[in-house]
Design a protein. Structure first.
Length: 254
């Protein structure tokens, strides 16, 4: 199973600090564990320079979202084919901030996944329950609905090209993390849903944990058998912390 550590920069950095962060990461990539795929998702305006500066380093540059259509009259939007033409290799979709602030539904997110697959970009599909959903014991059902609603129509060959990130909404940017057991339980649940499509799907799709993951809690989280790496927000903005996360993932997933 692949191990992936992905940094979601969200709406942070500017032209010069984004460049500086990419350069710092590229400079530290030598000697990193070769068994971990490294992904960074800068804001749209800084993607071109990130792709150029990361060339040859092994870092995959991702986007944080895309539009579901290939082109057309959608002012302000960015298509998967545009991203492909820049050399973007992956794209986050369905992040809880997109669901919450931009009203994205599972059906819409499924269309975005389809557009990314058609453009040959790896979709990093986010799912996860809100605080009240966990407190009422509905968290497994919520994640099941998100996966079925967005990914239910894909073929096995398509599903095998997707990456899933489990991000409990109550843990994102809050300093709270799921316990290693809570993460493992949900990842095992997601894995069992993938298994209903066959062992090859369950064996091919990495499931990343996200939500206040940092160098002090990553070892325990990444050690769980169904946790295949992390989707990192805040800690991905500090080069040293992000590199520490790569080292930890490389160590526990050798
Ligand atoms: P966080 O964000 O690490 O800052 O909690 C994770 C994410 O939203 O991807």
């Amino acid at each position: 199973m692949r191990t992936i550590v992905a940094g979601n920069w969200k709406m942070n950095t500017d032209a010069s600090s984004a460049t500086a962060l990419v350069d710092a990461l590229v400079g530290k990539m030598g000697g990193q564990p070769g068994n971990v795929e490294v992904v960074i998702a800068p804001p749209f305006p800084f993607i071109t320079q990130a792709v150029e500066r990361a060339k040859g380093s092994g870092i995959i540059v991702a986007a944080q979202d895309c539009h579901q259509a290939e082109k057309g009259a959608f002012t302000g939007e960015v298509s998967a084919t545009m991203l492909k033409s820049l050399g973007v290799g992956a794209c986050i979709v369905g992040h809880s901030e997109r669901r919450q602030y931009f009203g994205e539904s599972d059906a819409l997110i499924g269309e975005k996944v389809a557009a990314l697959l058609a453009a040959d970009i790896i979709p990093i599909f986010c799912c996860g329950e809100r605080k009240e959903e966990r407190e009422s014991g509905r968290h497994f059902d919520v994640v099941t609905e998100q996966l079925k609603g967005a990914l239910g129509k894909f073929t096995n060959a398509q599903l095998e090209r997707i990456v899933i990130a489990y991000e409990p909404v109550w843990a994102i940017g809050t300093g709270l993390t799921a316990s290693a057991q809570q993460a493992q339980d949900m990842h095992a649940h997601i894995r069992s849903l993938l298994h209903t499509h066959g062992a090859s799907v369950a064996g091919a799709v990495p499931i990343l944990y996200g939500g206040s993951c940092n160098p002090s809690n990553a070892e325990e989280l990444f050690s769980q058998p169904d946790v295949n790496g992390g989707l990192i927000g805040g800690a991905s903005l500090v080069a040293e912390q992000f590199m520490d996360l790569l080292r930890i993932a490389g160590k526990v997933k050798h």
